[in-house]
Design a protein around this ligand. Sequence first.
Ligand SMILES: [Zn+2]
Length: 455
Amino acid sequence: MGIYKWYASVIKEDERILCNFLWSGEPESRKLVLWLGISCVNHFRNGGINLRRLNEINQSLMMKLTWNFLNPKDEWSEFIQVKFIAKSGYFSMITKGSLIWEGVRGAIGDVRAYSGWVIGDGASIDLWRDSWCSPISLKDWINNDFIPWKDLHAKVSCIIVEVRWSIPYNLHLVFHRLGVDIYNIKINKNKTDRWVWQPDLVGKFSVKGAFESIRNKGQPACWYIFLFKKAIRPRLSRWDWRLRHGKIPSDDNDQTKGIAMASRCGLCNNSSETIQHLFWKCGFSIGEIWGGTNFLWQARNNCIFEEQINTLANEKRKWIKQIHDTAVLYSGFMFNNQSDLGILHCLGVAVQPCNHPMVKSFFWELPQKGEIKINIYGAARGNPGKGGIGCIFRDSDGKVFGTLSKGLGLVTNYMAKCEAIIHGVKYAALFGWLIAWNESDSTTAVEAFKSDNIP
Ligand SMILES: [Zn+2]
């Protein structure tokens, strides 16, 4: 799977076998009643059960080969480059008897979409064929076969003079038409060029990162955090997961599959049986016991298939037992505040000790004479989410010289913290406070600045 591009028909067949095995335990038999086409190949937070799509795994492994192919560091990559890249810079459209090339070529688009260059001296970047200033290369953008591309081998270093851009007039026109503000692209003095994977904070490619970038994310499901907790038994989680997707073999679902049947709610006998009615509107459940639970379904099955008579007292007893079972597993989650304790007492759940808050002492020091201290904070609501930063500048007497707050739009938490440090220092320099002492609560951000690995 890590070497060849798999055929769509093979992947489809494999996924069919996987799903059959998951639902029925047999690779060939399909459990129609239960398996109703729920998208389980998705992350928990998108309403799946964290199975991965085989074509996405295959593509991310292909991307690894392509990444090595585009940045040759070993003999294999150099050999493939020589074999499949023409002198004009075009990639070969035929496989030349290689089973690998088809997969590598198919992943070039995806790799390029998520990678880019950090420009140093410009000596390793092909001016025309690498996409260093825009999402596509200049050659692809100009797209003119009459230009003798095979003779053009200029590097980006040709247009850098003393760490500044020195652009010929004609090239200037090309940038202008492409909408690229070349003077905004930073040149890193005394550094070599780096090909980086953009979604990663330090620019390192990984198959996991590639998979995360290309996978079909689908709609986020808000209920997933309540469903797959450790304290909830897997059987109940799985059942509730199906209910969330509306895939319970109730009468209305059977009817949609073409089974003609008269429908009546087995619990209240007052309405036809739909998922909506059974779990959320039925007179038997609402007001007395909670809707949307597995007990309701068991009660319905006992009533229809075993001809048992359900009484609320019986159902409540089962409920309380279930709550007690879950409460044992939930240790450590209790806050033991007054309202919690009141509810727990009513349900007869034993109170468990919770972690007590610990009081720690901290010191905040003033800066030395002539120094400025900048206290910095950056955060995002969600990761990524809307973020902002705040800085406060103080002198050696504790006098506040200034404050700064700023919104950042959509950022990750880590980026917000890094941005906070950058803005703090920038403003200190702007006002001529040359000796400044930064204080931030994020060790990862501080480490990034210390090791010169600023994203
Ligand atoms: Zn009912």
